[in-house]
Design a protein around this ligand. Structure first.
Ligand code: F0G
Length: 436
């Protein structure tokens, strides 16, 4: 197999670099980098090979990322770190479909990953790249999930994880994971975008390896979310794939996956992508509709803290994916996210707030006639329901307020009830519940 390269995505530069160089952006022009496309192969043979690997107990075959290693810029499987990531289900959600105004809706639930979010698909590759480079310390700034994932993979690999978090703006579930997985956890009094600038400089200065999604190897791992999805759908391409957008790494990865699957003849057409942002942190939405200069949001605000990002690093890759696919960018309110999240819960599925932006967005796009009622739609739920239990409790008890202090009125509230410790009282309560 020929050695993969890192390519500058700026067409007027198009510089190439070895994957053994510790770089995140192009040293010549500053643009983003991406791994070169995989070598041409027999698509039908690949599909068979990947199916056969599902029967294998080898760690690199059990992983829903490394099973698709022909598409990844790694050759030596003896030096990867895996926690059996990926293998996440595609779930039918009729109740959510009705809520959105569609005949059917499927969720690809990345919350089933080892640390409960889609970040694990990318982190197994990012941490493996740190091993390949022989680096000992890894760092990231995070709204919570990247840090939980990086802490786990770095510790599993024997690397030292250092995590930077925006103080007071990540959920306890995610903070708890970082502590439990043994990361040095540094809270900074600044927002995600401000800390990312600091940490990028720190990486330059100290040689600590940066594992944010600007790292092209993270993106490579996240590509497999789409490859696994198509494998699970027997290679039937959805009309729409819908996902939340924050730093825009995931949409960049998904677009690259489809470009490569098309080139390999694994599929014959692209889906359209819809990226959904929270209203208070929607710079990509604004850019998509207005074009011109990309204008960051200086003070992003949303209760969906995972996507509380105002200056997304990967927007140049993301806009290319949206345009290539005939896609759209939508934004949704805090109220819409909160109610959509409760509906996903009522499906018996559940997810964290950022993930629920998908259903809220689909509902809006269906009402506007952009997504047709009969369309084949897959939404990606990016994180597990237990990532942010505080939000859930507040919603169901009517205590959830938006960042600007407005009360959210929960359309699907499910209050806990208190009862005296005797059978008569409980029986009466149950009777009322049956009637109600
Ligand atoms: N959903 C969840 C649950 C996330 O944690 C994130 C990003 C996104 C969606 C957005 O994905 O950045 O690729 O557009 N979380 C990052 C973090 C930023 O630090 O954990 P994106």
């Amino acid at each position: 197999m020929s050695q993969a390269n890192l390519l500058c995505i700026n067409p007027s530069c198009a510089a190439r670099f070895s994957p053994d160089e510790v770089i995140y952006t192009c040293p010549r022009c500053g643009a983003l980098l991406e791994a070169s496309a995989p070598a041409a192969r027999d698509g039908a043979a690949l599909k068979r090979l990947w199916r056969e690997r599902r029967m294998s107990n080898a760690p690199e075959d059990r992983s829903g990322v490394w099973r698709y290693r022909e598409l990844l810029p790694f050759e030596d499987m003896s030096r990867i770190v895996t926690l059996a990531e990926g293998n996440t289900p595609v779930l039918e959600a009729p109740r959510a479909a009705r809520y959105a105004g569609l005949r059917a809706l499927r969720f690809k639930h990345q919350g089933f990953n080892p640390t409960g979010s889609f970040k694990d698909n990318g982190m197994t590759a990012g941490a493996s790249q740190a091993l390949r480079l022989g680096l000992k310390r890894v760092a990231c700034v995070s709204t919570g999930n990247t840090s939980a994932s990086m802490a786990a993979y770095a510790s599993a690999a024997g690397l030292t994880p250092v995590i930077f978090l925006p103080q007071g703006n990540i959920s306890y579930g995610k903070l708890a994971q970082a502590l439990e997985y043994g990361a040095l956890t540094v809270q900074v009094e600044a927002n995600f975008d401000q800390i990312l600038k600091l940490v990028r400089e720190l990486a330059e200065r100290t040689g600590i390896y940066l594992l944010n999604s600007v790292n092209p190897f993270r993106i490579e791992g996240q590509k497999t979310i789409m490859v696994e999805l198509l494998d699970q759908l027997d290679w039937r391409v959805p009309d729409w794939i819908v996902l939340p957008g924050g730093n825009l790494g995931n949409i960049s990865a998904f677009g690259k996956a489809f470009r490569e699957m098309l080139a390999l003849g694994l599929i014959e057409r692209q889906p359209r992508f819809a990226v959904i942002q929270a209203e208070g942190a929607a710079p990509f939405y604004e850019y998509f509709h207005r074009r011109g200069e990309f204008t960051p949001v200086a003070k992003p605000e949303t209760l969906a803290t995972a996507i509380r990002i105002g200056d997304p690093v990967s927007w140049p890759k993301a806009i290319q994916v949206i345009d290539e696919s005939g896609g759209v960018v939508e934004k949704v309110t805090e109220q819409e996210i909160a109610d959509a999240k409760a509906v996903i819960g009522q499906c018996g599925i559940g997810c964290e707030p950022a993930s629920a932006a998908t259903l809220a967005g689909i509902r809006k796009l269906a009402a506007a006639g952009v997504v047709e009622a009969g369309a084949f739609v897959v939404a990606v739920l990016t994180g597990h329901v237990l990532k942010d239990p505080d939000y859930i409790y507040r919603y169901h008890t009517g205590q959830l307020t938006t960042p600007s202090g407005e009360r959210i009125s929960p359309k699907f509230a499910n209050q806990p009830v208190t009862v005296a410790a005797d059978v008569d009282s409980i029986a009466e309560l149950l009777g009322q519940h049956m009637k109600g």
